[in-house]
Design a protein around this ligand. Structure first.
Ligand code: S3P
Length: 432
């Protein structure tokens, strides 16, 4: 387990291109794997999770080739033209809940036996949420007490009309991917509108998808065609640098090629409430996704406070750890509710955020579905336990920037799950 030392900073200055969005990379990799022809994917996520997805696509018969290095790297995926082969071994989803859940929907109609496995953290995550709709469509799917390993006996699927009981883009995607290959038209209604990358990606690969109010429909039996695409920068990775910049009145940060899909920008709304000033310098659209250049400064008087609950919580679920990590430095504090889903992410993120805030000397009250973090606090450098969770490791590196003294992040290597370059970029942009 690696330890990263983070020293306090005076401001955050410069410009940054964050690696490709993790959510979009997963979807492009999966649909490219199923499609006919060769897809060329630029700015693909450098995180380990989407590479687990690419590994699964190769095991299912797609040909995955990487050309070029660094930012010039292109991932080429020659798809199976609608027919996955039976993998020789279990499909290894690594640490990635997105891979396991969305892939289950993608492969369910193929006439093979599949086993999906993952690391210890993934084996603790709830999978019943995908078993329910997929078994209603006709697939035989076995879990071990609601968890991975998953065994799927693929078979012909029948369309369903499904209301998602919890806000989850992964569950929505599993149903849409299965619906694409089912008999009949599958419909799905979400209680809270979640990230819509799957809808855009399906359309980019040539599928027809309809939205009527909150109801999405997809006809089965549609074929996909390969695409050339550039993955927008990951706003959930950018979130760490946005929050870092806001800790200092003199910061000036520009983010280039950033994904600004409106179903992912709830963070920007909350940061605006807190006192951030954003300027969108450019914006354009690729395959339905918005990509732009964003400049951020903090308003005079520093950060205020915020209450985060209901649909807003669901829409910025991945950004809550870093918002909690900067909360003690705000004037009025941050209160988070309706976030029980945080307990079943890569770690119990409520418990770990509370534990690590306390390790830095912060006052915080834990609730089953959230926490209250008072503002106006001074934190001390401490020893942080990432719990092998990438977002916890990165969130507390940001808290460390305004603490007194150095902070040790234990299990810092977890950052590589979504953002391997994180600590190097942090060093580059922090003025000390
Ligand atoms: C994701 C959806 C969210 C999010 C995860 C990525 C996606 O999970 O937390 O990091 O790519 O669809 P849930 O669907 O479990 O809410």
């Amino acid at each position: 387990m690696s330890i990263q030392i983070v020293r306090p900073a005076r401001s955050v200055q410069g410009s940054l291109v964050v690696p490709g969005d993790k959510s979009i990379s997963h979807r492009y990799a999966m649909l490219a794997g199923l499609a006919e022809g060769t897809s060329r994917l630029s700015n693909f996520s450098t995180g380990a999770d989407p590479h687990s997805t690419l590994g699964c696509m190769a095991a299912l018969g797609a040909t995955v080739t990487k050309t070029g290095e660094g930012r010039a790297q292109v991932i080429e995926v020659l798809g199976v033209a609608g027919e996955f082969k039976e993998p020789a071994a279990a499909l290894d989803c690594g640490n990635s809940g997105s891979t396991m859940r969305m892939l289950s929907g993608l492969i369910a109609s193929h006439p093979h036996t599949f086993t999906l496995v993952g690391d210890h953290s993934l084996t603790l995550r709830p999978m019943e949420r995908i078993r329910k709709p997929l078994s209603a469509m006709g697939v035989k799917m076995e879990l071990v007490e609601g968890h991975a390993p998953i065994t799927i006996q693929g078979s012909e699927l029948t369309a369903i009309d499904f209301d998602t009981p919890i806000p989850s883009a992964q569950v929505k995607t599993a149903v849409l991917f299965a619906g694409l290959q089912a008999t009949g038209t599958t419909s799905l209604t979400e209680s809270v509108r979640t990230r819509d990358h799957s809808e855009h990606a399906l359309k980019a690969f040539g599928a027809v998808l309809k939205r009527d109010g909150e109801r999405l429909s997809i006809a089965g039996g549609q074929k996909l065609k390969a695409i050339d695409a550039t993955v927008p920068g990951d706003i959930s990775s950018a979130a760490f640098f946005l929050c870092a910049a806001l800790l200092f009145p003199d910061s000036n940060l520009v983010l280039d090629s950033l994904g600004m899909n409106p179903t992912r920008t709830a963070l920007l709304d909350v940061l605006t409430l807190l006192g951030a000033k954003f300027r969108v310098l450019t914006v354009e659209e690729h395959h339905g996704e918005m990509i732009g250049t964003l400049q951020v400064n903090v308003a005079q008087g520093g950060l205020k406070g915020a209450d985060i609950s209901g649909a807003l919580t669901a829409q910025l679920i991945d950004e809550l750890p870093v918002l909690a990590a900067i909360a003690p430095y705000t004037r009025d504090g941050i209160r988070i509710r309706d976030a029980q889903e945080l307990r079943v992410k890569e770690s119990d993120r409520i418990a770990l955020v509370v534990k690590n805030l306390k390790a830095m000397g912060a006052e915080v009250t834990e609730y089953e579905d959230g926490m209250d973090i008072p503002g106006g606090q001074t934190l001390k450098g401490g020893v942080i336990d990432s719990g092998t969770d990438h977002r916890i490791a990165m969130a507390f590196a940001i808290a460390a920037l305004r603490a007194e003294g150095e902070t040790e992040i234990h299990g810092a290597e977890a950052a590589a799950i979504s953002f391997p370059e994180f600590f190097a970029y942090l060093d580059e942009l922090c003025v000390r």
